[in-house]
Design a protein. Structure first.
Length: 270
């Protein structure tokens, strides 16, 4: 049987590929369980620092495989919401395992729909192929997102785009996604993985503790008042300055113009 999810480790980068191209990489119950194992391993493997997730074929993911999920939901009643609180979707990265502070990059290679959009939005950085299409079609099926789709659309793109995408159920193309901050960049299709790996390299040049603390700080400030946000940033940021032995070494590299990835007169390679 073909593996439904491919998981490969190359140095500090974990590569995750949804591998059900015959159903546009729809996420069935098996894939959900496999992804939970993968996200847990990625979190716990100290040799891994960044993950890149993509899909096989012409889709990132078409979302939940309704053939396996609808029977699971049918007739359960409103208590299903409470039962699902700790479970999330796509292995729990949308809710439950969402506080993995290692960066996760989504290489959006084609259709990004429904739960696939929720998965992509749960990643930290999204890079889109020029062929990518993003949509939230759940309302067409008698439901709406329940695993972070609405929350992250509002937080990342704003109320206007969230309302348009949810209420119409119409997709947007890669350039529209770029305009509303859903993705960081749009690249030619054949350059997608190279662009994702370049993004990973730019993350990897930075101090690991600083990267993970910055991600945690961003998560912590969402939804707080301005004074609370400033307090959290101060506590997390200066805790890192006071407790990270890499700070002195990396500062000396910077002052000697020897740090990686410089630009201008003293340019250096990543």
């Amino acid at each position: 049987m073909t593996q439904k999810v491919l998981y490969e480790k190359r140095g500090p980068i974990a590569y995750i590929t949804l591998n059900r191209p015959e159903v546009k990489n729809a996420i069935d119950v098996d894939v959900h369980v496999l992804l939970r194992e993968i996200w847990t391993d990625f979190r716990d493997d100290d040799d891994l620092r960044v993950a890149i997730i993509t899909g096989a074929g012409d889709a990132f993911s078409a979302g939940a495989d309704l053939r396996t999920h609808v029977p699971e939901w049918d007739g359960v009643g409103p208590s299903l919401g409470r039962d699902k609180l700790d479970d999330g979707f796509a292995g729990g990265i949308t809710r439950g395992l969402h506080r993995i502070y290692k960066p996760i990059i989504a290489a959006c290679n084609g259709w990004v729909l429904g739960g696939g959009l929720e998965l992509a939005m749960a990643c930290d950085i999204r890079i889109a192929s020029e062929r990518a299409q993003f949509g939230s079609f759940e309302l067409r099926r008698g439901m709406h997102p329940a695993d972070g789709g609405i929350v992250r659309l509002v937080n990342v793109c704003g109320v206007g785009i969230a309302l348009e995408m949810e209420l119409t159920g119409e997709p947007i193309d890669a350039q529209r996604a770029l305009a509303c901050n859903m993705v960081s960049k749009v690249v030619p299709h054949d350059e997608l993985m190279a662009a994702a790996e370049d993004m990973a390299a730019r993350i990897l040049r930075n101090d690991r503790r600083a990267v993970e603390s910055a991600k945690e700080t961003i998560f912590e400030v969402i939804g707080r008042t301005l004074d609370e946000q400033l307090k959290v940033e101060c506590l997390f940021g200066y805790a890192l300055c006071g407790g990270n032995p890499e700070l002195v070494r990396r500062s000396e590299e910077f002052l000697a113009k020897q740090d990686r990835g410089r630009v201008g007169k003293n340019a250096s390679a990543l």
